[in-house]
Design a protein around this ligand. Structure first.
Ligand code: EPZ
Length: 422
């Protein structure tokens, strides 16, 4: 298992290119199942999660090419020969559940393994299932799999989510494009990745209104055609790299970043005394001398502060001047980075969904353990300003969501090295 060594103390300057969004690509890829014509994604990120989704689509009989060469993923599912999404693949990546809606809409049947929980929470899929039942799906849960049928095809219906869910909104949105009649999705998630999915589906011929608001309306169509679609920039990678100069000083321009993707995060960053400036090519983040100021953060569904940036923001607040309070409202166990930051000298008290961070002058490098994707990158960020070396172990978590993190940070002056275990 690889580890990454971060030597703290360097001020940063230069540019970091932001890749296409992992969480957009993971829902755009299953959309290929909705059409027998090719779907091509450009600006696709090169990540292990994308490779896992590629393996899943190929296991269903879809053709997927391009993952290695560039950032273009060409997919075609003109002839599916399997409608079972196996536990072996699904357990590696929860987003695999996103093939359920498209398979049901296209061929009226699917057997998809339940994803199971993960480090940050139980991660149920009940909202996905009840939403598809509202479109006429007949679901039978047994042996850890969802056995789904839609004899005669899906019918448009009204879906009212009791809780905002990104994945469930994506699953039912994709299914609704081929359902007979009108579907109205209420209390829909509003994340930019959902708007990106809607744009792609519209390019394929879907009739969708309201994405980005809480109510999405879909008029089902007979069939969808192929399309070519650029993946939206990754707002979580963007926010992560914006925090690097905020934590260790300097000025970095994140190429491709757009304020509207993470306005709530930018507001908190500026409240902490960090300057965020829109440039021709992206967002420039600078911190002069002195420490950031303590701020309070509450994670919320979009357009609120993203839960996927909570761990990274905590890394900044560990050395801010004053005491900050972070409320994690989306997942039940998303403070696993806290004990590792404490090993580096941070002063953090966690109680339930609340973490109180008392800023200290400086952290000290230490060997730490990555536990999940965003926790692992928060430890790297903390290491950038720490005294001495920080060794982050189990970085396979990191490679799920960040392309060459050591190269991107190294290019702006950070001392970050990957140690590959033979
Ligand atoms: C997506 O997960 C993202 N993953 C997550 O990013 C992100 O943290 C999350 O949305 C919230 O923004 C992808 O897009 C692949 P949810 P998802 O359904 O769709 C509960 C990362 O680091 N819930 O919006 O699984 C759930 O337990 C990952 O890139 C149900 O109760 O999240 C959670 O408490 C981590 N029943 C809340 O809703 C359901 O059927 C929000 O989950 C579904 C969800």
């Amino acid at each position: 298992m690889d580890s990454i060594v971060v030597t703290g103390g360097a001020e940063l300057s230069g540019q970091i290119p932001i890749a296409g969004a992992k969480n957009a690509c993971l829902t755009l890829m299953p959309a290929t199942l909705l059409s027998e014509e090719p779907l091509t994604l450009t600006n696709a990120p090169r990540l292990s999660d994308i490779a896992t989704m590629t393996a899943l689509l190929r296991s269903l009989g879809a053709e997927v090419t391009g993952l290695q060469e560039g950032r273009v993923l060409s997919m075609s599912s003109h002839a599916l020969d399997n409608h079972v999404a196996d536990y072996d693949i699904v357990r590696k990546m929860r987003a695999s559940i996103l093939v359920l809606g498209p398979l049901l809409a296209r061929d009226g049947h699917a057997i998809v393994s339940l994803p199971g929980g993960c480090a940050i929470g139980a991660r149920p899929v009940d909202l996905h299932l009840t939403a598809l039942e509202a479109l006429g799906a007949e679901l039978d849960l047994r042996d850890g799999y969802v056995h789904a049928k839609a004899p005669g095809g899906l019918k448009g219906g009204r879906v009212t989510f009791s809780k905002v869910s990104v994945g469930a909104t994506e699953n039912v949105l994709m299914a609704a494009t081929l359902a007979r009649g009108t579907t109205v999705i209420e209390n829909a998630a509003r994340e930019p990745e959902i708007a990106d999915l809607a744009r792609c589906l519209r390019r394929m011929g879907a009739q969708i209104d309201g994405e980005g608001t809480g109510t999405i309306t879909v008029e089902g169509v007979e069939r969808l055609s192929g399309a070519t679609h650029p993946v939206v920039p990754d707002r979580i990678e963007l926010g992560t790299y914006m925090l690097a100069p905020a934590i260790c000083g300097g000025s970095v321009e994140c190429l491709g970043g757009r304020i509207e993707l993470i306005a709530a995060f930018c507001e908190r960053l500026e409240a902490a005394g960090i300057s965020v400036e829109e440039t021709e090519r992206g967002l420039r983040v600078s911190r002069g001398n002195g420490r950031a100021r303590a701020v309070d953060v509450t994670t919320e569904p979009f357009p609120g502060f993203p839960t996927d940036l909570q761990a990274q923001m905590m890394a900044l607040l560990c050395t801010a001047e004053g005491t900050s309070t972070l409320h994690e409202t989306i997942f039940e166990n998303r403070f696993m980075h806290a004990p590792e930051l404490i090993r580096m000298g941070a002063r953090i008290e966690v109680s339930g969904g609340t973490a109180v961070v008392h800023g200290v002058e400086r952290l000290k490098g230490a060997p730490v353990m990555a536990t999940d994707l965003r926790a692992s990158v928060s430890l790297i960020l903390a290491g950038l300003a720490a005294e001495g070396d920080t060794v982050v172990n189990r970085v396979y978590h990191l490679d799920r969501g960040y392309e060459q993190v050591e190269d991107k940070l190294g290019a702006v002056g950070a001392r970050v090295e990957r140690i590959t275990e033979r």
